[in-house]
Design a protein around this ligand. Sequence first.
Ligand code: BDR
Ligand code: CA
Length: 311
Amino acid sequence: MSSDQPSIILDCDPGHDDAIAIIVAARHTNVLGLTTVAGNAPLSATTRNAIIVRDLLGLDAPVHSGAERPLIREPKHADYVHGKSGMDGADLPEPSGPPASTDAVGFIIDTCRANEGAWLVPTGPMTNIGLALRAAPDLKDRIAGISLMGGGTFGNRTAAAEFNIWCDPEAADIVFSYGGPLIMSGLDLTHQFQALPPRIEMVRALPGQLAHVLAGLLDFFSHTYTSRHHGIGGAAVHDPLAVMALTHPHLFTVKNAHVEVETDGVRTLGMTIIDQRDLKEVPPGNCEWQTHVDADAAWDVVVEAIAHFSH
Ligand code: BDR
Ligand code: CA
């Protein structure tokens, strides 16, 4: 770890693309911990997957499990994208043990208080982060900011809503209105970053168990995308972009924007409303909205990170 790397807590629901976010984070940040949330799969599965990825990397960071369900809504999962396990497509090793605790929210609060200037990076439903901000409002002034994957101008779970926000819109609303620095990597951005076949082959060509596992995961993930979408060349690899927003900001184009989360709409629940009106009455921006990524260069970052941990 180098001292100019950002310190982060990665709050995730692995998830194929969350696994890649963990790898990029392990390579380019000081990972204070991984916290898990129910999302792509039930909490027991996302926690198991986070521990397995952590073990494969030999990463010295604790995994703490957190919320089993959204703040007020029923839990919903995404086995139609990630399979029942949350990370179908590869023979995964057994995890080395249980999580360090089941109190992700307490871990987030204590760790942010003990490490001023850390970033929170949610790549799943934002239940843990919302609970932490609500229980400890002082975090707003202790963290460097929040870089999240979620939202965008179109949906994937519904016509209007992206999965992470749709799962727990009330928690996302707390995050979008918390008042500190915020970076949004939404679907507009992440659909530019696809696991195209030649990109998966770059991973498959690497030696070792990690690369072998990841090539299998990416094959599965891409197959679910290409079978469900018109005209997509591979899976949208969403989550590592929320990490790279911090570690490789030169790869992105951003706009300052005011974004709110819809928590009431019958058809628009979980929509991120990005105020693009050219009017003076538009409220000041509350987030850096990432609009464009240099996808080839970002994929090189992913491949180099996998290669770094491959042996
Ligand atoms: C988000 O939902 C999950 O399926 C992915 O892991 C990503 O975090 C994309 O909508
Ligand atoms: Ca995720």
